[in-house]
Design a protein around this ligand. Structure first.
Ligand code: NAP
Length: 247
């Protein structure tokens, strides 16, 4: 199950979900936008992928419960993979963030992933070889001088990855996290408009370019494969070397 799928266009949705579906996984996904979701699901079914999904605002506790009930019914109470991809960001300096901003980002980026993972635990345990993959950010690994709430939620996801790896190994659940650098998506585009952040980022990125969605989704897929069976509790940066650039 991929905890977020659709977007402003099917292109992005395809990029995010394709990898696991191509490897033969039955993907269940969600979006807040019913029209776009159905359009994308139809395109995917036409391509022969096993995919279904439903509308869910992951910031709503009731809708998360409803989603897991649907997932449980489709997968007969067993879930092999949970990908927590939902996340959003508005770049502000710390003194500009309001109380509402704080609640919104914690709800969307942290509470939603925390709660859906709690709800999914019985299903993951029933699979006897399950894999959880969180999507955090390099902003939760190193610090930059803007976006502190976003970074705090992503840093918390990195920590949660380690805790669950320790707590749930006994249930045969591996837990890992992918921390992307700047990846070409609508979310990133909105932050790169003025060019300054882009220039700063590229200067500090050894590979000297932005990442592609596929470069993140392939890491997510790898972490779910038997090839990764001894990997748990790790946050893997897919960032062109951004987080290791010293000077
Ligand atoms: N792009 C980057 O440079 C970058 C870097 C580091 C980390 N990340 C992380 O990567 C993940 C994906 O980001 P992206 O760049 O692909 O962002 P995006 O283009 O804005 O897409 C965000 C996705 O999250 C979903 N979403 C957001 N709030 C939701 C909610 N309340 N309920 C259900 N779905 C919700 C959206 O679905 P709908 O709009 O269809 O509902 C959409 O599919 C996020 O966790 C982000 O923090 C991205």
């Amino acid at each position: 199950m991929v905890s977020s799928g659709n977007d402003r266009s099917c292109y992005w949705w395809n990029q995010r979900n394709r990898e696991l579906a191509e490897l033969g996984a039955y993907v269940y996904t969600c979006s807040r936008n019913e029209t776009e979701l159905n359009e994308c699901l139809q395109q995917w079914t036409t391509k022969g992928f096993q995919v279904s999904g439903s509308v869910c605002d992951m910031a709503s506790s009731a809708q998360r419960k409803d989603l897991i009930t649907k997932v449980s019914s489709i997968f007969n109470g067993k879930l092999n993979i949970l990908v927590n991809n939902v996340g959003t960001n508005i770049m502000k300096h710390t003194l500009e963030y309001t109380e509402d901003d704080f609640s919104f980002f914690v709800k969307t980026n942290l509470e939603s992933a925390y709660h859906i993972t709690q709800l999914a635990h019985p299903l993951l345990k029933a699979s006897q070889a399950a894999s959880i993959v969180f999507i955090s950010s390099t902003a939760g690994v190193v610090a930059i001088d803007i976006g502190s709430i976003y970074s705090a939620t992503k840093g918390a996801i990195n920590q949660l990855t380690k805790n669950l790896a320790c707590e749930w190994a006994k249930d045969n659940i591996r837990t890992n996290c992918v921390a992307p650098g700047i990846i070409k998506t609508p979310l990133a585009e909105s932050h790169l408009e003025d060019g300054k952040l882009l220039e700063k980022y590229l200067r500090r990125t050894p590979l000297g370019r932005l990442g592609e969605v596929k470069e993140v989704s392939s890491m997510v897929a790898f972490l779910c494969l038997p090839a990764a069976s001894y990997i748990t509790g790790q946050t893997i940066c897919v960032d062109g070397g951004f987080t290791v650039f010293g000077l």
